[in-house]
Write a protein that binds this ligand. Structure first.
Ligand code: ATP
Ligand code: ATP
Ligand code: MG
Ligand code: MG
Length: 326
């Protein structure tokens, strides 16, 4: 096709296009924009609305499927999800904007797409947005410390929020319900509805305004919060769901002994700046084979966990540290 006289402006795109440093881990973190308000408008239960967390997990699983096998792990809590891209990934030539924007938009559209499956009778009042950023981590130490940082954040915030909403009388407990909520246009699901527990609001308890609750918790230690919740409000923090206390990790685990799904991970030499043509061809084949599987078969390549990812010698890193070598 003949070039137009306007073609020269392409140079401006090329001049601003940046690539993610090779041979380093990339974390793309998405975070809900103004979810404080979004939660209020959509009547999220406090301190944790399990429907919203499950929807976040479903959206993260969609992202991991879409970019298989480039995302080795994802970690989510509250309105954020971090996607860990394998060190040797070479998808989209490691173009920063392409990767960040595609992950963020895939996550956002899945959040909207799956919303009715989790929120049933509560319609979306407006289209939610997520921001996205890509950060590089040069080695396993900094990458795993990044994940520890997010889980510590989850713990600190969740302990605070649980105590806070106990004090204000808005605390709700997760009660599984076996009645399904699955709109006719979605596949059957065993999802349990979050009901909340009105008995948590016993009449003989004293409740405080938000300002008073903030005041009461200021300067309190973890032990103080645990004690206050338990003694004055009957909330045993240890009984809270692991999902709330630890957040959610989703890891890549291709089914090994499965003859129906012949999908391998790409071969991975120690260091790759730019993979050879044949290596790129093999990667494309892996992606193609995976894309040909049905969604439920694809989902079997991922394991969802609510567990400690802080302890270096804990079960999580013992089982999954090999992912960091991919
Ligand atoms: P920003 O646009 O800067 O991210 P934000 O309002 O989204 O602002 P965050 O620090 O990201 O602020 O906090 C997200 C807020 O969303 C939480 O403080 C909480 O109020 C609410 N939220 C998110 N997920 C849930 C959930 N599952 N259950 C209850 N509340 C939630
Ligand atoms: P990439 O992921 O690289 O963007 P792409 O397949 O989206 O790949 P584009 O160069 O963005 O490629 O081209 C979009 C293609 O989508 C068009 O070539 C056309 O085939 C199709 N398309 C987009 N909008 C319309 C439309 N309104 N009507 C018909 N076809 C459309
Ligand atoms: Mg947010
Ligand atoms: Mg947030």
């Amino acid at each position: 096709m003949a070039k137009s006289k306007y073609e020269y402006v392409r140079e401006f795109e090329a001049a601003t296009d940046s690539r993610l440093l090779p041979d380093s881990y990339v974390v793309v973190r998405v975070d809900g924009q103004c979810f404080h308000r979004f939660a209020k408008e959509h009547q999220f239960l406090k301190p944790n609305d399990k429907r919203a967390l499950d929807l976040m997990n479903k959206s993260a699983l969609h992202v991991m499927r879409t970019f298989y096998p480039n995302i080795i792990m994802a970690y989510g809590q509250s309105d954020e999800y971090s996607f860990i891209i394998r060190r040797l990934a070479y998808f989209f030539n490691r173009r920063t904007a392409k990767i960040t924007s595609l992950i963020t938009s895939a996550f956002t559209s899945a959040f909207v797409f799956y919303w009715p499956r989790f929120f049933c009778s509560i319609p979306l009042k407006y289209p939610p947005s997520f921001d996205g950023r890509a950060v590089l981590y040069p080695n396993e130490r900094t990458l795993t410390d990044y994940l520890r940082w997010r889980q510590v954040d989850c713990h600190i915030n969740n302990l605070y929020n649980t105590a806070f909403y106990a004090l204000t009388g808005e605390y709700t407990r997760y009660v599984p319900d076996t009645s399904n909520c699955s709109p006719s246009n979605s596949p059957p699901t065993t999802y349990n509805l979050f009901l909340g527990d009105p008995s948590a609001k016993a009449p003989n308890r004293t409740f405080y305004s938000h300002a008073e609750a903030t005041q009461r918790l200021s300067g309190s230690s973890s032990a103080d919060k645990n004690e206050l919740m338990f003694t004055d409000y009957g909330v045993n923090y240890n009984d809270e769901l692991q999902q709330f206390r630890k957040g959610t990790a989703i890891v890549l685990t291709p089914p090994q002994a499965d003859t129906t799904t012949k999908v391998d991970l790409p071969e991975t030499p120690a260091v790759v700046i730019k993979p050879s043509k044949s290596a790129l061809k093999r990667s494309a084949k892996v992606e193609e084979d995976f894309a040909a599987l049905a969604i439920d078969q694809q989902e079997r390549f991922f394991t969802t966990l609510h567990t400690d990812i802080i302890r270096e010698d804990g079960d999580f890193w013992t089982a999954y540290s090999h992912l960091l070598k991919l």
